[in-house]
Design a protein around this ligand. Structure first.
Ligand code: P6P
Length: 339
């Protein structure tokens, strides 16, 4: 039986790879681990604990009904970041504005964290997998001062680390610090995340594709061309692909990371800027996708190169296996050349 490597050990061992690391990022990652265990516990009890199931009733900045579990998760992560001392400020899907922590220790925090505490929360009531997504940057403002909006509005290519927690049939934490992607599964019997998916690589191609095809007539025609390509006998496998769309981004992304596939959520006539949020959904998953050999683009550009202008800005999002994303780009460009 091979040695169990816990996430804590892995983070400590990985720190040794950074000769000048002073441990702050390791401590921040461990803070995320602790918060995720709290959220995992609450997610697992959602069906049993009446007071956190169902909508909070408030409407968040996204115009979506705020589920109580969203609020619980948001508070759990913010509490860890605010008390951990490594983070000077945060931005979250559940908070209209960013939050600059005011304690003396936090003002000297080297990092900011942007996160979606519980993405896919509309699936809570039907017991479908949901997830937390996080993105970590070094602050650009001066140490010892309050975090600023400039700290939050950095392009994805400046990320120091990114990851997600998937509350699925098991709870998994997957992350990168720019040196590959590794996956850890929470063992509830010992309360530890254990290395279960070392050095994750996204297969270059697959026979899986996923999008909300209800949008097929109101998005870029090149995407409809791609879906028809997948459904035909003239594709690279000479047989129709299989459609896989859970409606929960982290779950769809995780499946594609392991089995290969593509997730498409384009701009549409009803969502002309796209639906997914750049800073705390698209960027962190794009970092992971690229680190695992995949791609992440909008209809026109590499997601990680987008210069953000607002906290909750959205973008079209096409991410997954390299060959499949390149095929979508080819068909989009072909249509554009015909205009
Ligand atoms: P639709 C959940 O609200 C989410 O942000 C993602 O997790 C998911 O992939 C997408 O929206 C689903 O959107 O329009 O297909 O219901």
């Amino acid at each position: 039986m091979s040695k169990i490597i816990t996430l804590h050990e892995f983070i400590m061992d990985s720190q040794a790879e950074f000769p000048f690391a002073s441990g702050e990022l390791s401590r921040l990652l461990n803070d995320i681990v602790v918060a995720s265990k709290v959220v995992s516990r609450d997610v697992r009890r959602a069906g049993l604990t009446e007071d956190i199931l169902g909508a909070q009733g408030e409407i968040n900045i996204q115009g979506e009904e705020q589920q109580k579990l969203d609020v619980v998760a948001d508070k759990a992560f913010i509490k860890m970041f605010e008390t951990g001392g490594e983070v000077c400020g945060i931005a979250s899907e559940e908070n209209d504005d960013f939050v600059a922590f005011e304690s003396e220790i936090s003002k000297f925090g080297k990092y900011v964290v942007l996160f979606d505490p519980l993405d896919g929360s509309s699936n809570i009531d039907v017991n479908v997998s949901i997830g937390t997504i996080f993105s970590i940057y070094r602050r650009v403002s001066e140490a010892g001062t309050l975090a600023t909006m400039k700290d939050m509005l950095q392009p994805g290519n400046k990320q120091v680390a990114a990851g997600y927690i998937l509350y699925g049939s098991s709870t998994m934490l997957v992350y990168t610090t720019g040196h590959g992607v590794n996956g850890f599964t929470l063992d509830p019997s010992i309360g530890e995340y254990c290395l279960s998916h070392p050095n994750m690589r996204m297969p270059e191609k697959s026979r899986l594709y996923g999008m909300n095809e209800g949008n097929i007539e109101i998005c870029h025609p090149g995407i409809k061309d791609y879906v028809q390509y997948c459904q035909s006998f003239e594709n690279d496998f000479e047989t129709p692909y299989s459609g896989r769309y859970i409606g929960s981004l982290v779950a769809d992304f995780h499946r594609n990371l392991i089995k290969g596939g593509i997730y498409i959520y384009p701009k549409t006539k009803t969502a002309p800027k796209g639906k997914l949020r750049l800073l705390y959904e698209c960027n962190p998953l794009a970092f992971i996708a690229e680190q695992a050999g995949g791609l992440a683009v909008t209809e026109k550009e590499r997601v990680l190169d987008i210069i953000p202008h607002t906290l909750h800005q959205r973008c079209g999002y096409i991410t997954g296996s390299k060959n499949q994303v390149e095929k979508v780009q080819e068909l989009i460009a072909k249509r554009d050349s015909e205009i």
